[in-house]
Design a binder for this molecule. Structure first.
Ligand SMILES: O=C(CO)COP(=O)(O)O
Length: 136
């Protein structure tokens, strides 16, 4: 599965700890992230991550472009609901595209845990069908 990882600044520690906790599971998948989130995770785990731009510089939009191609299978995006973001429109646009394409997206750690466990159980096998239908 192709998984995107994003966290706002005050949520980055939470994302890093989450990735450490589930590193073995995540190591079996292709990982993508916005710039700083990806850097932080790679510094504190052995995971290899393709990093896009930082969020305010277009990283959310780059992830959104993958969603628009139905390329991503899961997004973990720990948003900070208490801090205004200069690129709020990009964030809304990314979440909107997840709804357009029916991509599972977790915006907090409680949901992320449920989705990662579901993924490990094979509950996202339907994504293979999507890729097959696309001819991948
Ligand atoms: O701002 C972000 C998502 O909206 C995250 O970007 P960084 O991972 O580069 O901090």
């Amino acid at each position: 599965m192709k998984i995107a990882l994003v966290a706002h600044d005050r949520k980055k520690d939470e994302l890093v700890n989450f990735m450490i906790a589930y590193e073995i599971i995540f190591s079996k998948h292709q990982l993508y992230a916005t710039g700083t989130s990806g850097k932080r995770i790679m510094e504190q785990t052995n995971l290899q991550i393709h990093r896009f731009q930082s969020g305010p510089l277009g990283g959310d939009q780059q992830i959104g472009a993958m969603v628009a191609e139905n390329e991503l299978d899961l997004i973990i995006f720990f948003r900070d609901p208490l801090t205004a973001q200069p690129h709020e429109p990009d964030i809304i646009a990314l979440l909107r595209l997840c709804d357009v394409y029916g991509i599972p997206v977790a915006t907090n750690v409680a949901t992320a845990e449920i989705l990662v466990k579901a993924m490990e159980k094979g509950d996202f096998a339907w994504r293979e069908v999507v890729h097959k239908y696309k001819g991948e």
